[in-house]
Design a protein around this ligand. Structure first.
Ligand SMILES: Cc1cc2nc3c(=O)[nH]c(=O)nc-3n(C[C@H](O)[C@H](O)[C@H](O)COP(=O)(O)OP(=O)(O)OC[C@H]3O[C@@H](n4cnc5c(N)ncnc54)[C@H](O)[C@@H]3O)c2cc1C
Length: 439
C-alpha cells in the first residue's frame, strides 16, 4: 500500500492550488459580500482546464479516484462559494451519468459544461419542502401525456437554480412506490413551465446561487426521461410486484458517488483556516512569549492538524473505493463526508478561539470560513442522516459477517471452505464483497 500521491496527482494539486490563489481568492470577498454569481471565475476555470469535459474525463479516467477529491479540496481552499459555483454542474452530470443511457450521456453531459468557449451550467433538483432527507416523499409529479412528460412541483434550495442550462429533476411517477416510483428527467433552460422561484439569502457559500425551481405543467419530450421508458417500466413492475431491485434509487446512487468529493470540499475550508491561523500566529506574542512557542497553542494546533488529516484519509479511501468498485459495506462514503463536515465545523471555531477577539471581526478571514463551513453538515445528506446510514450499514455488515462465520463453523471439519487458517480471512473477504445499500 502506497499512501503517496503520484507525480501527476501532485502536479494537478499544484495547478488547482495556483488557480485557487490567483483566480478565486482575489474575488472571493466581493462575491461573498454581493452574493453574485462569479461568471468571470467560472470562465477562467474553463481556460485553466478546470471546468470542462476534459476535466470530467480526467476525473473519470483516474484509476485511484484522487483527482476529484484533490480538485474539490483545492478549489474550496480558495472559496467554497466560488468553488461550488464552478463545480455544482458536476452533480447534474453525475445524475445523468448514473441514470442515463449511453446516448443520453453523450447528448446531455456537454450541456452541463458547454464546449469550447461556451459556458453552460447544470443543476440537480431533488429537495422539496418536507422532502430532502426523506427523499421517498417527493411530491413533484411526472405524468405521461401522449409523447410528452408533464412535470409539476416546486424544488427548494437548488444550487445553480435559475441559471442552469440543464436541470436534472427527480420526480415521482407513482407516489405509492416511494423512491422506487421516482425517475430522473432532463429539463433544458427555456422549457415553458420551468421558472426560478425565491432566491435564498444565505449566511455562507454566498457566491453559489441557491433558488427554488418551479415546474408548472412543464412539458418535455418522452425521451428526456433518463434511462428510457423500458427501464422505467421494468423498475415499476418490479416494485409493484414487491420484488427487490437490489439497487439504490437514482438520487441515492448519485449522492453516493459524490459524497467523498463533498467531504473534500469541507476539508478545503478547514485547511485554509488552519494555514491562515498558523501564518497569523507566527507574528503574535503575549506576556509568555511568541504564541507558537507556547504549549497551550501547540496542543490545539496539533489536534486540528490531526483531525484534518484523519478526515482526509477517510475521504481518500472512500474516493478510491468508489473508483475501484469496492463496495462500501461499512458506509465508508458517508463516514468520509460526515467526518470531514464535523471536523471542519469544529476546526474553524477552535482556531477562532486561538486567534481571540480579532476572529470576531469581519476583517478576519476566519469569519467567512466559519459561515461557509456549516453547509457541509447539511447538504447531500445531513450529519444526522449520515450517522443513520453508517449505523445501518455497519449493523448489516456485522450481521452478514456473523451469519457467514456461523455457516462456516457448521460445516464438517476438512470440507473445502471450513478448514485452515485462511478461513477467517475468506469469511471477511466474502462479506466485504456484498453490496449493502444505504437507505
Ligand atoms: C445552500 C444549499 C444548497 C443546496 N443545494 C441542493 C441542490 O443543488 N439540489 C438538491 O436537491 N438539494 C440541495 N440542497 C438541499 C439539501 O440537500 C437539503 O436541505 C438537505 O438534504 C436536508 O434536507 P431537508 O431540507 O429536507 O431537511 P430535513 O430532512 O427536514 O432535516 C431537518 C433536520 O432534521 C434532521 N433529521 C431529518 N431526519 C432525521 C432522522 N431520521 N434522524 C435524525 N435527524 C433527522 C436533519 O438532520 C436536520 O438537522 C441544498 C441546501 C442548501 C442549504
Amino acid at each position: 500500500m502506497d499512501f503517496r500521491l503520484s507525480d501527476e496527482q501532485l502536479e494537478f494539486k499544484d495547478h488547482c492550488r495556483r488557480f485557487a490563489s490567483e483566480v478565486i481568492r482575489p474575488v472571493a470577498a466581493q462575491h461573498d459580500r454581493d452574493q453574485t454569481v462569479p461568471w468571470d471565475a467560472i470562465r477562467k476555470a474553463r481556460e485553466w482546464g478546470l471546468n470542462d469535459m476534459e476535466n470530467l474525463q480526467r476525473m473519470g479516467m483516474d484509476p485511484d479516484g484522487m483527482f476529484g477529491v484533490i480538485y474539490s479540496e483545492e478549489l474550496h481552499w480558495g472559496c467554497a462559494g466560488i468553488a461550488l459555483a464552478i463545480s455544482a454542474s458536476s452533480l447534474a452530470a453525475a445524475g445523468i451519468a448514473s441514470s442515463g443511457t449511453p446516448e443520453q450521456i453523450g447528448q446531455w453531459l456537454p450541456e452541463c459544461f458547454g464546449i469550447g468557449e461556451e459556458i453552460k451550467l447544470g443543476a440537480y433538483a431533488v429537495t422539496e419542502a418536507g422532502a430532502g432527507s426523506d427523499v421517498k416523499s417527493l411530491r413533484t409529479t411526472a405524468k405521461l401525456d401522449g409523447d410528452e412528460w408533464v412535470l409539476n412541483g416546486t424544488k427548494v434550495f437548488i444550487s445553480n437554480g435559475g441559471i442552469a442550462d440543464v436541470t436534472v429533476v427527480i420526480a415521482t411517477v407513482d407516489p405509492e412506490l416511494g423512491h422506487r416510483g421516482q425517475a430522473s428527467f432532463v429539463v433544458p433552460k427555456g422549457t415553458p413551465g420551468l421558472s426560478q422561484g425565491k432566491k435564498e439569502d444565505k449566511i455562507g457559500i454566498r457566491a453559489s446561487q441557491t433558488t427554488e425551481v418551479v415546474l408548472e405543467d412543464c412539458r418535455i419530450p418522452v425521451d428526456y426521461l433518463l434511462g428510457g421508458m423500458d427501464k422505467l417500466n421494468r423498475k415499476l413492475e418490479k416494485a409493484r410486484s414487491g420484488a427487490s431491485t437490489g439497487r439504490q434509487s437514482g438520487a441515492l446512487a448519485t449522492f453516493e458517488i459524490t459524497r467523498p468529493m463533498v467531504g473534500a470540499s469541507a476539508l478545503g475550508i478547514a485547511q485554509a483556516a488552519y494555514e491562515w491561523t498558523l501564518g497569523y500566529l507566527e507574528s503574535q506574542s503575549d506576556e509568555n512569549g511568541p504564541l507558537l512557542d507556547q504549549q497551550r497553542v501547540q496542543q490545539v494546533l496539533a489536534d486540528v492538524a490531526t483531525e484534518i488529516e484523519a478526515a482526509r484519509l477517510l475521504v481518500y479511501r472512500a474516493a478510491w473505493m468508489g473508483r475501484a468498485g469496492v463496495p462500501m459495506t461499512g458506509g465508508q462514503g458517508s463516514m468520509s463526508k460526515l467526518k470531514a463536515g464535523d471536523v471542519t465545523m469544529w476546526a474553524v471555531p477552535t482556531l477562532m478561539d486561538l486567534v481571540g477577539p480579532f476572529a470576531q471581526t469581519t476583517e478576519c478571514p476566519l469569519e467567512k470560513w466559519f459561515r461557509d463551513a456549516k453547509i457541509y453538515q447539511i447538504f447531500e445528506g445531513t450529519a444526522q442522516v449520515q450517522r443513520l446510514v453508517v449505523s445501518r450499514m455497519q449493523r448489516q455488515e456485522y450481521a452478514s459477517q456473523h451469519k457467514e462465520a456461523a455457516e462456516v463453523l457448521e460445516q464438517p471439519p476438512g470440507s473445502s471452505t471450513g478448514d485452515s487458517g485462511g478461513t477467517t480471512g475468506d469469511v471477511v473477504g466474502d462479506a466485504a464483497k456484498k453490496t449493502v445499500t444505504p437507505a
